[in-house]
Design a protein around this ligand. Structure first.
Ligand code: 5GP
Length: 207
């Protein structure tokens, strides 16, 4: 039976640990392809072009938009972020599950374009933990932290557009929950109609 790749969107408030969660998931399971976004934001210490992001100038990013090279893009806290199209399409064709770790405006655009996307939202165990994690990161100024918290309030209004949440309290557990949620999607009848029809035909042939 041919296994088709699933497109998965993972969103969550800034500082909730999405990046760490994605790294742990892809380290444990090799069935996932993690899309690398393009952005106009400055690299943080330790980030590398082509690994965390493709870091681009505003002009370069606008050229990607003009040439229709992005599945979606959004402006977040004053910077552009977008998902390059080619990689995602190629990986899905090869049957891999492709993860887009993107914010909510872009996530809703993907959902509108591709309705069978699996929409996941990572939650902190409580708001205080989120603030502590954002401050603990020490890569952002207090102004940026405040901007990201304001953005989090905005994003919280749209969580009902997502299918499932994962509470990131214990990393190991969150990785397993995420993996099982995705695995269960492969067994949805709506994703296996050809197989179901084949069995039906075989049954009819036997009667
Ligand atoms: P950060 O600057 O912390 O790396 O990312 C800021 C936000 O942008 C996060 O919520 C992240 O998920 C989101 N993001 C990263 N890449 C993309 C993308 O390609 N498209 C959209 N819409 N959001 C993205």
């Amino acid at each position: 039976m041919e296994r088709k790749g699933i497109l998965i969107v993972v969103s969550g408030y800034s500082g909730v640990g999405k990046g760490t969660l994605m790294k742990a998931l892809t380290a444990r399971y090799d069935t996932y392809a993690l899309s690398i976004s393009a952005t106009t934001r400055e690299p943080r210490e330790g980030e590398q072009d082509g690994r965390e992001y493709f870091f681009r100038t505003k002009d370069e990013f606008e050229e990607l938009i003009a040439k229709d090279r992005l599945i979606e893009y959004a402006s977040y806290c004053g910077n552009y972020y977008g998902t390059p199209k080619d990689y995602v399409e190629e990986q899905l064709k090869q049957g891999r599950d492709v993860i887009l770790e993107i914010e909510q405006q872009g996530a809703l655009k993907v959902k509108a374009k591709m309705p069978d996307v699996l929409m996941l939202f990572v939650m902190p165990p409580d708001a205080e933990t989120l603030v502590q994690r954002l401050r603990g990161r020490e890569t952002e100024s207090e102004d940026v932290i405040r901007e990201r918290l304001t953005q989090a309030v905005e994003e919280s209004k749209y969580v009902d557009r997502y299918d499932y949440m994962i509470v990131n309290e214990d990393l190991d557990r969150a990785v397993e929950e995420l993996h099982h949620l995705i695995e269960s999607q492969h067994n949805r009848i709506s994703r296996n109609l050809d197989f179901a029809k084949q069995i039906q035909q075989e049954l009819m042939d036997l009667t």
